[in-house]
Write a protein that binds this ligand. Structure first.
Ligand SMILES: Nc1ncnc2c1ncn2[C@@H]1O[C@H](COP(=O)(O)OP(=O)(O)OP(=O)(O)O)[C@@H](O)[C@H]1O
Length: 258
């Protein structure tokens, strides 16, 4: 089930270093939201706060709230592991478990959650691979290693693995940056399909990609070198790319800096 994310006054730290300052935003369910902005402005850092992955980094901590359908992910007693099940993540480089078969990769998370029923695992495997538009390409070699697939197929395998545990949100940190243009388009088409079921958030350096896939776009920037990153503007993608509210957004989008 797709959920709404409501970030309120989030400060994100690495030790004493404030990487993102006072960011607030609402991310709508059943939509794709893109984070854009120059290198080092905190897009990936902010993304990782949405499933409590940031605190895995030594010194990583946050102040503020991240509500998922009104439940604060940082509230007392919330289990970060459970949060990461609900809010899945796909990384820049496809990272299938190298020694596992294609099929086992898809259901690895389910097995970890204690699902043992072979029929359930088989059904989920097919359903997730179909969901990731990979089934037809791999259905005859499910027992072969995941590492034997092309980069684009591996990334779709990672998406299948992420959706197999039925998350509410999918975070993608530059999911196409290691892929060729055809595989990139396949992932973009997939995002378009998956948004009917999931809340999708992507970090991308590719502004055409943001324009193609995102319903809403958030522009992050740095006030100056060494200063924290901040959210400058978040708007409908069409508006961001045609008539943004902020001059800094327009300068970035038109290639005047960044
Ligand atoms: N593990 C870390 N420890 C300390 N500082 C970090 C760490 N990771 C990132 N930072 C710092 O946090 C700031 C934001 O980095 P982040 O990677 O989130 O930016 P980004 O906008 O995603 O950049 P890029 O587009 O280059 O990936 C940068 O100043 C970076 O140097």
């Amino acid at each position: 089930m797709s959920k709404r994310i409501d970030v309120q006054n989030l400060n994100v730290f690495y030790g004493d270093f404030l990487a993102v300052k006072d960011a607030s935003m609402v991310i709508e369910p059943r939509s794709v939201t893109a984070f854009i902005g120059p290198s080092g402005c905190g897009k990936s850092t902010f993304l990782r706060t949405l499933n409590r992955m940031h605190e895995v980094i030594p010194g990583g901590r946050v102040e503020g709230k991240v509500l998922l359908d009104n439940e604060d992910l940082y509230g007392p007693g919330v289990d970060p592991v459970a949060v990461r099940r609900t809010v899945g993540m796909v990384f820049q480089r496809p990272n299938p478990f190298p020694t596992m078969s294609i099929g086992d990769n898809v259901v690895a998370g389910l097995r970890l959650n204690g699902v043992k029923d072979k029929k359930v695992l088989k059904e989920k495997m097919e359903q997730s691979l179909r969901g990731a538009n990979l089934w037809d390409e791999v259905k005859d070699r499910l027992d072969k290693p995941g590492a034997g697939l092309s980069g684009g197929q591996q990334q779709r395998l990672c998406i299948a693995r992420a959706i197999a545990v039925s998350p509410d949100v999918l975070l993608m940190d530059e999911p196409c940056s290691a892929l060729d243009p055809i595989s990139t388009l396949a992932i973009e088409d997939l995002m378009n399909e998956l948004k009917s079921e999931y809340t999708i958030v992507i970090v991308t350096h590719n502004m055409q990609q943001a324009a193609r896939v995102a319903d809403r776009t958030a522009f992050f920037n740095l006030e100056a070198t060494g200063k924290p990153g901040m959210l400058v503007e978040m708007n409908d993608t069409q508006k961001m790319f045609s008539n943004p509210d902020q001059r800094a957004t327009e300068d970035y989008i038109s290639g005047r800096f960044g």
